[in-house]
Design a binder for this molecule. Structure first.
Ligand code: 7TS
Length: 412
């Protein structure tokens, strides 16, 4: 286990470049993270030696590809402390995983009068699928409010408790907010939902690669995440589902690989997880995900979370000194994940991001797929700096210097 973060940058080839004549300072990790050499090598090895379709051939390459794909599933179960690899469904990402629950479980189980609860801080990926399925079934969608003028109070858990009753069938919430940096009390939220008889769907897009996740200790029914936000390739994601629930669900998509028997009259499904993986799966990227999990655990996920939270807290403190700045999410000294979201009174986030790019600092500006929350907070957009294991205190200093230059330029 290594907790020396100063050299980890060297493991990421893409970071070895200049932007705007300066060494790249990549602070857009909540959108996507970079890939270490170990992951790039695992992908290249697969395509150079083992490339084949899975579960279909009895030839050597197909067997190797199948073994690699299933080993990735077993590794993912271990990564999440799931009881059984059959509880791991590979998808294309968090969005696909949540849609699978909405269309696979909720569409079949919701009735008019039922209630789905999500929160005001959800990414559109954990909001729109519930809007769609509520429209389809006649169920009602309610939101746990976010408190504080700058959303500094997080979720209103007292309001959540008041919302819970027999009609609530699903509670879907993000573990870590991609817009605020808030860390939600997932175990507590799941326990309360379970006591009310609702299933829980946790959006783990911003948590899976940043802290130890134990789905059994958390007590969730479903947990979704994307590989690309945790050092793995794009195009691969995971849905963890409790076996009993997955086995109760009909497939969402039909095709090859998910059936036991097909007749002209009808078909019989395989059990989970194959039931939910119609068509040729993303074998190479599952193998890349496996390599990413090994890499992250070699560094140590709790240490990664601590490192990036420390950098975010430093950024929060330094940025709060700047004139006309409004910082969102937890206040200084409160627990915060590895990102900071802020807005200047007189400079639009798109200008901030464009100017920062000239300094080699990559940021995200916009609504972060959280339009309703932005509207509630009275902001068109924010600028967001999000950290990962390869970022350093020097990156925080570069961010702050760039923001100072921009404010000066705009005479703010
Ligand atoms: N949920 C959360 C909390 C997210 O942050 C994101 C992506 C998603 C779901 C969707 O993940 P996908 O891999 O299926 O697209 N968040 C962001 C972001 O903050 N900036 O770009 C993408």
């Amino acid at each position: 286990m290594s907790s020396d973060f100063s050299n980890l940058r060297l493991d990421f080839p893409v970071l070895d470049q200049h932007v705007g004549g300066r060494p790249l300072v990549y602070l857009d990790n909540a959108a996507t993270t970079h890939k270490p050499r170990a992951v790039i090598d695992a992908l290249a090895r697969f395509y150079e030696r083992d490339n084949s379709n899975v579960h279909r051939g009895l030839h050597a390459l197909s067997m190797r590809a199948t073994d690699g794909y299933e080993a990735a599933r077993a590794r993912t179960a271990k990564f999440l402390h799931a009881a059984d690899p059959a509880e791991i469904v590979f998808t294309s990402g968090t969005t696909a995983s949540i849609n699978l629950v909405a269309q696979g479980w909720a569409r079949a189980n919701l009735r008019p009068g039922d209630v789905v609860i999500c929160t005001e801080m959800e990414h559109h990926s954990n909001m729109v699928p519930w809007q769609i399925v509520c429209e389809q079934t006649g169920a009602t969608l309610r939101y746990i409010p976010v408190t504080g003028d700058d959303a500094e109070g997080g979720l209103d858990l007292a309001a959540y408790e008041e919302m819970l009753n027999d009609s609530v069938k699903v509670v879907a919430f993000t573990h870590i907010s991609n817009t605020l940096g808030t860390i939600n009390p997932a175990t507590e939220i799941c326990a309360k939902a379970k006591a009310a008889g609702a299933i829980t769907v946790v959006d783990g897009a911003q948590s899976a690669g940043h802290e130890n996740v134990d789905v059994q200790a958390m007590g969730c029914d479903f947990y979704a995440f994307s590989g690309h936000k945790m050092a793995a390739p794009t195009g691969i994601g995971v849905l963890y589902g409790r076996r009993e629930l997955l086995d109760s669900m009909d497939p969402w998509q039909g095709g090859g690989g998910m059936i036991n028997i097909v007749n002209y009259e009808g078909s019989e499904w395989k059990p989970s997880p194959e039931r939910f993986e119609a068509g040729t799966p993303n074998v190479a990227d599952a193998i890349g995900l496996h390599a990413a999990m090994d890499y992250l655990d070699q560094v140590s996920r709790p240490a990664i979370g601590k490192h990036e939270s420390t950098l975010a807290a430093q950024a929060y403190d330094a940025l709060s000194q700047l004139p006309g700045i409004r910082l969102l999410g937890p206040r200084a000294g409160q627990p915060r994940a590895g990102l900071v979201s802020f807005a200047f009174a007189d400079v639009h986030a798109h200008d901030v991001v464009t100017f920062a790019d000239q300094d080699g600092v990559a940021l995200r500006g916009g609504h972060h797929c959280n339009q309703p929350l932005m509207k509630k907070l009275g902001l068109p957009s924010t600028t967001r700096a999000s950290f990962y294991l390869y970022n350093t205190e020097e990156d925080v200093a570069a961010l702050v210097a760039s923001m100072q230059r921009i404010l000066k330029f705009f005479g703010a």
